[in-house]
Design a binder for this molecule. Structure first.
Ligand SMILES: *Cc1c(COP(=O)(O)O)cnc(C)c1O
Length: 372
């Protein structure tokens, strides 16, 4: 089935008790036990499972072509649970420009637990090969990456990970399953901040893991999800599934708008660099064209006038809201260096843009008048 159909249909079933076509929100924290000890719908207590979460997890597994999906209260909780499933002495290799919260978890939470972690530029495959150890258990990939919009060859990194028996985990938040299917490229687990494009409306927090095989590691992740309890609320599951229904169509418009904005900015004198994988000038363009079906809605730009010009641009724009996050219907702009603090790799003249679903000509006119 094609992804538009999967997005609409996966996890979709009229409510058995009322016939409601849209699944009701099951706020109940607990479920009645039958006299014989069984449970009618298989649900016992909403931390371990809930009808809304089950529908969502079915949809997530279908979209990513995985065998199992687990939903979490945030993308960060999903990431955390992968590291929690490892043991002291295990080694994690992550990209040097991974989402800064991912790197903070490794440094500030798991360092003290004896998890070893290293970072490397994952666009340099020789460097990745050198950095992998016999004790490496997870090779973390994020592509396109945040905020430098680097593109990493998932197939090659997965091969390197497998050469030492490590799992390749891909943060697929920016690409979404509409543009990129890491499990089909050899990755073992996909991670999402569903807060972003999957939710799509900047109105929920959520995370997900989708695994290619339902193996012992997934069993351990399930234990951490159910016993650890970092689960999303039924309402957030419902909102997220509602967002997923239109994901393929929204992604098309995000990609078209971003390409138009990138082409405009690329030709503007005030702009020093546009980091967008759809541009032929982008270092990762060829890999992106191979492993993605389109180039996404995220880009970053560097201004010739330095940090002051970058900050001034954010103040002059009217259709780009100054805010963190991404993937919603509204365009957002952000000065990453001041958000990420001293450990950032983001240059001070860099702005990250999440191109929304406004008309591209309006976005370009806004940029044009703010830059002139
Ligand atoms: C936002 C984001 C996260 C963290 O997800 P939360 O839902 O904010 O916890 C992780 N990775 C990427 C690429 C993100 O954009």
């Amino acid at each position: 089935m094609r992804i538009e159909t999967l997005a609409v249909r996966a996890g979709h079933a009229p409510d058995p008790s009322t016939g409601a076509v849209t699944t009701p929100i099951y706020l109940s924290s607990t479920f009645e036990r039958e006299p014989d000890g069984s449970y009618r719908g298989g649900h016992v207590y909403s931390r371990t499972s809930n009808p809304n979460r089950s529908s969502l997890e079915l949809a997530l597994a279908a979209l990513e072509n995985g065998a199992a999906a687990l939903a979490y209260a945030s993308g960060s909780a999903a990431t955390l649970s992968v590291f929690q499933a490892l043991a002291p002495g295990d080694h994690v290799l992550a990209p040097d420009d991974a989402y800064y919260g991912t790197l903070r978890q490794l440094r500030e939470i798991f360092g003290g637990w004896g998890l070893e972690a290293g970072v490397v530029d994952m666009t340099d495959l020789d460097a990745v090969e050198r950095a992998i150890r016999p004790t490496t258990k997870v090779v973390w990939v994020e592509t396109p990456s945040n905020p430098l919009v680097r593109v990493v060859d998932i197939e090659r990194i997965a091969e390197l990970a497998h050469s030492v028996g490590a799992r390749c985990v891909v943060d697929n938040t920016w690409a979404t399953p509409v543009l990129q299917l890491p499990l089909n490229l050899g990755a073992d687990i996909v991670m999402h901040s569903t807060t972003k494009y999957l939710g799509g409306h900047s109105d929920l927090l959520g995370g997900a893991l989708v695994a290619k095989k339902d193996d012992d590691f997934v069993e351990r992740l399930r234990l951490i999800q159910k016993v650890g309890g970092a689960v999303p609320s039924p309402f957030d599951c419902w909102l997220l599934l509602r967002g997923i229904r239109t994901l393929p169509w929204r992604m098309r418009a995000h990609c078209d708008n971003a390409m138009a904005v990138a082409r405009f900015l690329e030709s503007h004198d005030a702009i020093d660099a546009v980091h967008y994988p759809g541009l032929e000038s982008h270092a990762g363009h060829e890999i992106a064209a191979r492993q993605m079906s389109d180039f996404g809605g995220m880009m970053s730009i560097q201004l010739r006038g330095g940090e002051d010009a970058a900050l001034e641009l954010t103040r002059r724009l009217t259709l780009f809201t100054r805010a963190t996050s991404l993937g919603g219907t509204e365009s957002l702009i952000e000065h990453r260096a001041s958000v990420e603090g001293p450990t950032t790799l983001a240059p001070v003249n860099l702005l990250r843009i999440s191109v929304g679903l406004e008309h591209p000509d309006d976005l370009i006119e806004d940029l044009e008048s703010a830059l002139n």
